[in-house]
Write a protein that binds this ligand. Structure first.
Ligand SMILES: [Ca+2]
Length: 458
């Protein structure tokens, strides 16, 4: 008994030393903007002013070729599993209030993996990977703590379709306040209260900014009083809120003396929504499409003293790459299922100009009614679309020389079209059917939201 106690005490003190000593594991802070367009970030020359993001990214490494899926749930599924969302049935559609599915429970989430490596794992913001049963909720998927929403909300009332979607650790909470302010407050609180001598922190902050509705308090829209389009002014206010809260997180890390021991990564979950006044700059189209405006997003990494300041990389990267990258930083074991990501460490820390990634397969809807897929095999991008009983329609672009996708060149390159199309078929041949079915974008007739979204009680 005595020996056991002694061993336990030794183990505890060893953990303490390794957490606080020179070989301590870095904190990981992952901030994900929602629907932020390529042209709505200050450093891309935008009307939107994002001074904090501009400054911090200029002191880190900007990713110029960072790709995601074109809508919310598929990108988040990619991020949490390190796997293409079509491997998990999550590539099509988003999990709306009335839908019942969630990220399959046999997937090992990024949070579970980091937890195994000794991290405290907190998520503050939007989950969007299932809310039907407690088993789907973030606190059952590797997170020690969750605050925020499961699906979508009005930024002020935190309601959606008549249901309250605002929660703290599986308890519905009614609070006053603008969602971005409350989410930012909680991130700052977590950083200030965390005992970094006991465990490194993984803070995942999927913001709800800048997602529609385009609502923002006057303090965020005041700088844009000249903007006459109300939708656009609201979006600019959301960008200001996003940037302000981002800045507070960096300041909090500095205040607690953890900035030099924290790896920060920022990206947008998909391109800007052109139906909600977003701007994707010179990129074509936006959210929900396979054009660059839907898939190529602002992204950067920041770690003072570890990542060289003032650079932009052209290395091809995809949301799935963050899983192995974070796991390697954390010294965490990878899950048994094969990942679709590459460790970005050589790009981040050794100035490698290539990530090793050669291709990315995107699938949005792959049902009997509407089939759409896209494949990047650098520098080519093939988009293929078909309606029932119809042959594929192909579009091919050289996205290295034609980033705005103005020149469709499929007719001139039939071999490339054929190769990439065959590669899509090959990659997805064992994919399970998508959970999302045609018609799922609308609730069934007569459907009413429960007063609280998800299984929570007040
Ligand atoms: Ca989104």
């Amino acid at each position: 008994m005595k020996t056991l106690f002694l061993l336990a005490a030794m183990a505890a003190s060893t953990n303490l030393l390794s957490a606080a000593g020179p070989d301590r594991k870095p904190n990981i802070v992952l901030i994900v903007a929602d629907d932020l367009g390529w042209g709505d970030i200050g450093y891309h020359g935008s009307q939107a002013k994002t001074p904090n993001i501009d400054r911090v990214s200029s002191e880190g490494l900007r990713f110029d070729r960072f790709y995601v899926q074109p809508i919310c749930t598929p990108t988040r599924a990619t991020l949490m599993t390190g796997r293409y969302p079509w491997r998990t049935g999550m590539a099509s559609g988003v999990i709306l209030n009335h839908l019942h599915y969630g990220l399959p429970l046999d997937e090992t989430t990024l949070a579970q993996t980091l937890k195994k490596a000794g991290y405290t794992t907190d998520i503050v913001g939007k989950w969007h990977l299932g809310h039907e049963t407690p088993a789907y909720l973030p606190t059952e998927r590797g997170f020690d703590y969750h605050y925020g929403l499961y699906t979508a909300i009005d930024h002020f009332t935190h309601m959606w379709q008549g249901g309250l979607d605002w929660h703290r650790n599986r308890k519905a909470v009614r609070e006053e306040g603008y969602a971005s302010d409350l989410i930012g407050d909680d991130c700052v609180r977590i950083i200030k209260e965390h005992d970094f001598s006991k465990s490194p922190l993984f803070l995942y902050n999927p913001m709800f900014a800048v997602h529609a509705f385009n609502q923002a308090p006057e303090k965020y829209t005041a700088a844009y009083a000249d903007e006459k389009n109300e939708e656009r002014r609201g979006l600019l206010g959301l960008c200001a809120a996003m940037d302000f809260q981002f800045g507070r997180i960096i300041d909090a890390l500095k205040e607690v003396g953890q900035l030099d021991n924290t790896f920060v990564f920022f990206f947008s979950d998909n391109g800007g929504n052109l139906h909600a006044a977003a701007n994707n700059g010179p990129l074509r189209d936006g959210k929900g499409t396979y054009y660059e405006g839907g898939l190529r997003v602002p992204a950067f990494a920041y770690w003072p003293g570890k990542i060289e300041s003032g650079k932009t990389t052209e290395a091809l990267a995809y949301a799935a790459d963050l899983y192995p990258t974070f796991a390697a930083l954390a010294g965490a074991p990878l899950p048994a299922k094969p990942l679709d990501g590459v460790d970005l460490a050589p790009v981040l820390f050794k100035n490698a100009t290539e990530s090793g990634r050669k291709e990315i397969l995107f699938l949005l809807e792959d049902s009997e009614r509407d089939r759409r897929g896209a494949m990047i095999e650098w520098p080519w991008k093939l988009i293929r679309t078909a309606k029932p009983e119809a042959l594929w329609t192909f579009e091919l672009f050289n996205i290295a020389t034609d980033p705005s996708e103005k020149n469709e060149v499929s007719k001139d390159n039939p071999e490339i079209v054929q190769r990439l199309s065959a590669r899509i078929d090959e990659m997805k041949k064992d994919a399970p059917p998508a959970f999302w079915k045609p018609g799922d974008n609308k609730p069934p007739k007569g459907w009413k939201s429960s007063p609280i979204v998800g299984p929570d009680q007040e």
